[in-house]
Design a protein around this ligand. Structure first.
Ligand SMILES: [Zn+2]
Length: 123
């Protein structure tokens, strides 16, 4: 029987106010509450905050937090994973735009060069 419970709320605005799409199928993600019992002396306790005010929980603690959930893939996605995915998307967009700009610049240069050659051609 677990007596100690801790509810973690991470990045609530990011989680609930913004829309997020699935990395695998692009469906709109929903949120879901996850509950897990972690023992303070287990190896996975490192990833959890056992503090409670000035004191610390010892033993089994029931942690609850929210994750994103894709109803299509039936996959849970942590905030950290979703942020990493969205950063990657942003990065890709920037590099794509850079490539497009380079192609446009090259085309413009070729048109100007062609016009110059055409104007300067011997008559
Ligand atoms: Zn999905």
């Amino acid at each position: 029987m677990v007596k100690n419970k801790k509810f973690l709320v991470e990045a609530p605005i990011y989680m609930f106010k913004k829309k997020h799409s699935c990395a695998y199928c692009s469906s709109l993600l929903t949120t879901r509450k996850v509950t897990r019992v972690i023992n303070s002396s287990s190896p996975e306790a490192d990833g959890f905050d056992f503090s409670m005010g000035d004191a610390y929980f010892v033993g089994d603690v029931e942690f609850s937090w929210y994750v994103f959930y894709c109803t299509n893939c039936k996959e849970e996605v942590s905030i950290k994973e979703q942020k990493a995915y969205e950063d990657l998307l942003k990065g890709r967009d920037v590099s794509k735009r850079r490539v497009i700009n380079r192609i446009i610049n090259t085309i413009v240069f070729l048109i100007i060069a062609a016009l110059y050659i055409y104007i300067r051609r011997p008559r």
